[in-house]
Design a protein around this ligand. Structure first.
Ligand code: DOR
Length: 374
């Protein structure tokens, strides 16, 4: 099957140009202004449209195995494809946990079976995400796992995390940290600030994220291993990462669409649709995260797509699970909130944060986020 895409704005990591793209049996075979349709080509007129590499989401919860009533790898892949993603990294907080080669292979195969985008399973840092015993990193790396995380929880024990970074640097894999000091967030349902005090609800203070960001920056300095920070949400975290990068440390970070668009004031509705971890923060935090994306301190936009059955999101705030959807709406939210009058991030930089930069972080840039070329 041959497809010719004509008159598109071609944007990739080499820059922007206009032109046509010919695809034969799934492979780009010709690009340029003079490429013409041949007999049998399906012609797609992309006048006024952008043609770019597929997006890569570093952070999705596909819920399979274990919580298929909320999402399956097939339904999640469908959402991803609708949102423009060609690859997603599936978080390991499944049941059973993605802490063994068997479970990781199962997730990958379910992704292949769905056949809508590439599904790359992350491995957990600790067995069962219990924060006590490291998973067999070498075996999992051998099986193709490149990112390790206990997402949903941060690894609380600094000694265990130090060891995790030490092994990671030998194996060429990356630890991705969910930054939350849990003794500071027990029982919390929303950001700790004036809105939370007003509502009389238990709060999740910014410092609970920033302390772990700081700890892990220092562990990276000590071990030389790379770290990726998941879903950064506070102005202080952005400052810490900016300074660490200025020191030349091998650190990358992501932010979610909801942390660049929604504030904690939405919790005045008491609706658990707005309960998410880390929580929605203040306008000052949103501004700082947006600026972090614009100046490259934050490398990637990652959705933290975290579906739950709708009944559970109708429970009172303290009982409802945290999580928001994101796959289908990520690009629209990013454009709406990063191309604002006072920020005006270039489209190419938004695409970078959704495609080639996350592809490099996930170690899949040999297949994803590549330039539009033969
Ligand atoms: O809001 C969240 N939901 N944050 C997480 O870290 C985990 C996720 C989930 O699995 O529901």
């Amino acid at each position: 099957m041959n497809i010719l895409i004509t008159n598109g704005r071609l944007i990739d990591q080499t820059g922007e140009r206009s032109g046509n793209v010919r695809i034969s049996d799934g492979t780009i075979t010709e690009t340029g202004p003079d490429v013409e349709a041949r007999d049998g080509d399906e012609v797609i007129d992309a006048t006024g449209l952008v043609v770019c590499p597929g997006f890569v989401d570093l952070h999705v919860h596909l819920r399979e195995p274990g919580k298929e009533e909320a999402e399956t790898i097939e339904t999640g892949s469908r959402g991803a494809a609708l949102g423009g993603f060609t690859a997603v990294v599936a978080m390991p907080n499944t049941d059973p946990t993605q802490d063994s080669v068997g479970v990781v292979e199962f997730v990958r195969q379910q992704g292949e079976r769905a056949g809508l985008c590439d599904v790359y399973p992350a491995g957990s840092i600790t067995i069962g995400r219990n924060g006590e015993q490291l998973t067999p990193f070498a075996e999992l790396a051998e099986a193709g796992v490149r990112l390790f995380t206990d997402d949903g929880n941060g690894v609380q024990d600094p000694q265990l995390m130090r060891r995790a970074y030490e092994y990671a640097s030998d194996l060429g894999v990356t630890m991705a940290q969910h930054c939350e000091v849990e003794s500071l967030t027990a029982g919390a349902v929303m950001h700790e600030g004036s809105c939370c005090s007003h509502l009389g609800l238990p709060g999740w203070p910014s410092i609970a994220e920033e302390l772990m960001v700081h700890r892990d920056i220092e562990l990276v300095r000590l071990t030389g291993a790379p770290a990726h920070f998941l879903h950064l949400s506070t102005a202080g975290s952005v400052d810490l990462v900016r300074a660490a990068k200025a020191d030349g440390l091998p650190i990358t970070a992501e932010a979610t669409p909801h942390h660049i668009s929604l504030t904690d004031e939405l919790l005045t509705s008491y609706s658990a649709l707005y309960k998410v971890n880390p929580p929605l923060r203040t306008m000052d935090d949103i501004d700082a995260v947006r600026r972090g994306l614009a100046d490259g301190t934050i490398d990637a936009i990652a959705t933290d797509h975290a579906p739950h059955v709708s009944d559970s999101k109708e429970l009172p705030l303290d009982q409802a699970p945290p999580g928001m959807l994101g796959l289908e709406t990520a690009l629209g939210v990013a454009i709406a909130h990063l191309q604002t009058a006072h920020l005006d991030m270039e489209l190419i930089d938004i695409l970078a944060a959704m495609s080639w930069k996350p592809a490099a972080i996930a170690g899949i840039d040999d297949r994803h986020g590549r330039p539009i070329a033969t």
